[in-house]
Design a protein around this ligand. Structure first.
Ligand code: DGL
Length: 259
């Protein structure tokens, strides 16, 4: 049996990376819905259609669990997916709670970087309402980072000018924590960190998801039995060309470098 990790594109690899670290003896399917990128700029109803197409495809692969390694897809469809799938379905959401707890202590604010859809969705507003008692959470959509990541443009000279422009209305010194609320963003952690004071924390929610997955598999006595192999799919088609596979493996290595 396999674990499937799903995203609109390469972003979910930042989650897959953490999961493999914690669960090395599993077999993985990584599914990128590249035909329908970017998710963050689409309507919730349109997204649900794409996400369920992918879920139907993945269901034929004898899964232990499905990880929705996309904040946008999680906010659009996680509850419906949990009802639909006969195996555990895990999601990722912006790590707002730990960010608020930490930043409050220092009288600082929290900046959540995510997609437009994630920031607009009810799920995000409810989360903020629950934990942000002193109104310290701000949000900023950064669709340009999704475009840059999908083009494999990670160099600072391409990324920093875009970030500087988007961050103009914000004073970096006010923020104790920056939350990476889109799984494409950890690839840019170095560049983002450069635009904030050194002691500003840059965090994401993928560690929590990986730990939850481990706990659930343990409870179900389903840990292990695999080799750590990953098969890659793009919108229902197995990726077999060497160049794309090499790029994917390089990306996972790049995350190693960022830790
Ligand atoms: N990686 C996705 C997320 O975590 C969204 C990227 C997109 O807009 O497709 O929200």
């Amino acid at each position: 049996m396999k674990i499937a990790v799903f995203d609109s594109g390469i972003g979910g690899m930042s989650v897959l990376y953490r999961i493999i670290k914690l669960l090395p003896n599993e077999d993985y399917i990584y599914y990128a819905d590249t035909a329908h990128l970017p998710y963050g700029e689409k309507s919730k109803d349109e997204l649900k259609k794409y996400i369920f197409q992918a879920a139907d495809f993945l269901m034929a692969h004898d899964l232990k669990a499905l990880v929705i390694a996309c904040n946008t897809a999680t906010s659009a469809a996680i509850e419906d997916l949990r009802e639909y799938c006969p195996f555990p379905v895990l999601g990722v959401e912006p790590a707002v709670k730990p960010a608020v707890l930490e930043s409050e202590k220092e009288n600082k604010k929290v900046l959540v970087l995510a997609t437009r859809l994630t920031l607009k969705e009810e799920k995000f507003h409810q989360l903020v309402e629950r934990v942000d008692k002193h109104d310290i959470v701000d949000g900023l959509p950064l669709p340009g980072l999704v475009t840059l990541a999908e083009a494999f443009h990670f160099q600072e000279d391409q990324v920093v000018p875009y970030l500087k422009e988007q961050l103009k209305p914000f004073d970096p010194n006010q923020y104790g924590t920056v939350v990476l609320g889109c799984t494409h963003f950890p690839f840019f952690k170095d560049s983002i960190q450069k635009l904030f004071p050194e002691k500003t924390d840059i965090i994401d929610g993928s560690v929590g998801t990986a730990k939850n997955l481990k706990r659930i598999l343990e409870e179900r006595h389903q840990i292990g039995g695999g080799t750590g192999a990953v098969s890659f799919y793009q919108s229902g088609r197995k990726v077999e060309d060497r160049e794309t596979l090499n790029r994917y493996h390089q990306l996972l290595k790049r995350l190693d470098h960022l830790q």
